[in-house]
Design a protein around this ligand. Sequence first.
Ligand SMILES: C[S@@+](CC[C@H](N)C(=O)[O-])C[C@H]1O[C@@H](n2cnc3c(N)ncnc32)[C@H](O)[C@@H]1O
Length: 332
Amino acid sequence: MPPQARMMQMITGYWVTQIVHALADLKVADHLSDDLLTPEELAALTKSDPDAMFRLLRTAASLDLASYDGSGRFGTTPLLEMLREGVPGSLRDIAIVHGSPAHWLSWGKFPDAVRAGEPQTEAALGSDVWTHFANHPAEFETFSNSMTELTDGLSREIAQLLDLTGVETAVDIGGANGALLHALLKSNVDVRGVVVDLPSVESTAIAEAEKAGLSERCEFVGGSFFEPVPHGDLFLLKAVLHNWDDESCVKILTRCREALNPGGRVVVVEMPLGPIGEPGFAPLLDLNMLAVVPGRERDLAHYEGLFAQAGLRLTSVVPTRSPQSLIEAAAL
Ligand SMILES: C[S@@+](CC[C@H](N)C(=O)[O-])C[C@H]1O[C@@H](n2cnc3c(N)ncnc32)[C@H](O)[C@@H]1O
């Protein structure tokens, strides 16, 4: 593709973000899962304007996000299925998250974030993102559910990769609904688990533990990981450190080290940055962190340095099939 056409595609990339957001928000994939429907039928089901629904579906069909039968009815595609609620690999909630205020408005101030070297959430949202979520519980619930969505597939692989011999208590720090912990508990029936996250996550985390049949073995502790955390043999930190600056990461890791039982370990699940210029998702995710939170993606040497400042030492790095790795540490 010539550079001008490529550039135009990049410039208008956000149109597609909002098209996908609308399809997810209006549950178009769910409505089309069994039947071909006309735009009028879909408009009635989604309480939308029929002409606008037709225009959305026409564009969706040009993006492989809908099929068209040639006589007025639209259907689903394998790509659109990824926006269906509750199917394996569903990305419905994360599609809504990226089109919703916390991310959308913060990214709208991205040039200023680059100028300032920090997210412009105060200007965009009136507060940092976690306060924004506390003030907008429905948006936060979708965010927490999107974390479950993203973690679900990977967590089964992590459960296979992690040997939990000798672990009695696993603590999922910033564990949201506890998706990763639940996978570990399911394949290690003698282990009990604790999710530590902000108090507003409690109801969805408890509901998810019940749904997983793990209420007996899985506890939720509402609070901050900057304060002392419950003791355990294994600490999980998935997609947590990348939300924070180095100083905060050292504090979080120190809280974990202080609560580690003898012989215990910390497992950080993050997407380490590779060499500059290597194609991949990590550099993009790094800028999402610059736009939305005071965090960043890091390379392995950077994690090793954070561990050392928190009284930990890097013991192993285990890649997964995804760009995420298990970065393990133990007390010095
Ligand atoms: C990016 S999410 C990762 C969730 C989960 N570990 C996963 O990967 O699916 C970060 C989590 O940190 C939690 N969090 C933010 N600030 C916190 C704090 N001060 N104490 C405890 N949890 C916090 C958020 O509520 C959120 O669930």
